[in-house]
Every structure is written in C-alpha cells, then in structure tokens.
Design a protein around this ligand. Structure first.
Ligand code: FES
Ligand code: FES
Length: 166
C-alpha cells in the first residue's frame, strides 16, 4: 500500500510503483474528472496539480511522487464549482464537449496562481493543452476575465486565420 495526499486527504492505494498517477486517481480513488487523452504527456487532458504545479498525471509513475506531495484534482479545486476560474469558464461557456476542460482549468489555475497577470506569451506557454472542439479562444477569454475580475463584460474575441479578430 502507498499513501498519497489527494485533495487534502491522505489515502492508501494498492497499485504498482509504475502505475501512472492518472490511473491511481481514476481507478483507485474514483475521481473521474481527470481525463485520459493520449497517455503520452501530449494533450493535457489528465492535468492535475502536484504541489501547485500543473502536471500531466498520465506520465507520472506513482513511485515518483515524494512522500509529502500534495495532489489536487478538478474535484479538489472547489466544493461547488465556485473557484474563480470555474466561474469564468461557466460564464463564458468555454466547454464544448467538455472532455479536455478539467485539464484546461487545472492548467489555467496553476498559471494564474504563479502569474496573476499573465501576458499573452505567458498564456501561450502555459496553455498547451489540446482541445479537439477548438475552445482555445474562449479559454483565453476566460483567463482574461479572471484577471480583470469582470466576468459579465469579458468580451470574446474570435481570432481568424488571417490574423484579424472580431
Ligand atoms: S492523457 Fe496525459 S497528456 Fe494526454
Ligand atoms: S471541449 Fe471538447 S475537446 Fe475540448
């Protein structure tokens, strides 16, 4: 048995040392908000926080977590969806199918904790998650809405392939 702190609760899990954290979270702990996309640390669907850092849990073997590591999943971000990032996501209808959105929210939350006023380049660097529904413009708008604190008048700019926006 291995002990692991997830969402501020220490849990005992029975898993091989090389089991990816993603599967411990989903199958051992039943926290299915964290999604499996690629399994190769490429898409970001499985993003959680490990000690506050956005981490792709499909690529983290259980044994690589240190004993004091604190893991936070989308279920641990808030009890009722009231985290400012979650509220912005809802206000701007960011999710389409929703599959990638837990990872998006966890990546954005880690970014805003580290950089409360991120530049466009900061957002580009942090938000490398893949969304097959193409929610990228709304993700960016929601991040700006969190920064400004004005969810109601956060404009959604659509960036066109020719570089113009409307
Ligand atoms: S499932 Fe982990 S990065 Fe794609
Ligand atoms: S909202 Fe569908 S994959 Fe991103």
């Amino acid at each position: 048995m291995t002990q692991i702190n997830v969402n501020n609760t220490v849990r005992s899990v029975d898993a091989e040392a090389d089991t990816p954290l993603l599967w411990v979270i989903r199958e051992q702990l039943g926290l299915t908000g964290t999604k499996y996309g690629c399994g190769m640390a490429l898409c970001g669907a499985c993003t959680v926080h490990v000690d506050g850092v956005a981490t792709r849990s499909c690529a983290i073997p259980l044994a690589s977590l240190n004993a004091t590591a604190k893991v936070v999943t989308i279920e641990g971000l808030s009890a009722d969806g009231s985290h400012p990032v979650q509220k912005a996501w809802a206000a701007l209808d960011v999710p389409q199918c929703g599959f990638c959105q837990s990872g998006m929210i966890m990546a954005a939350t880690a970014l805003l904790r580290e950089k409360p006023h991120p530049t466009e380049a900061d957002i580009d660097a942090a938000m490398t998650n893949i969304c097959r529904c193409g929610s990228y413009n709304r993700v960016r708008a929601a991040i700006h809405a969190v920064v400004s604190g004005k969810l109601s008048d956060a404009g959604l700019k659509i960036q066109h392939v020719d570089g113009s926006s409307t």
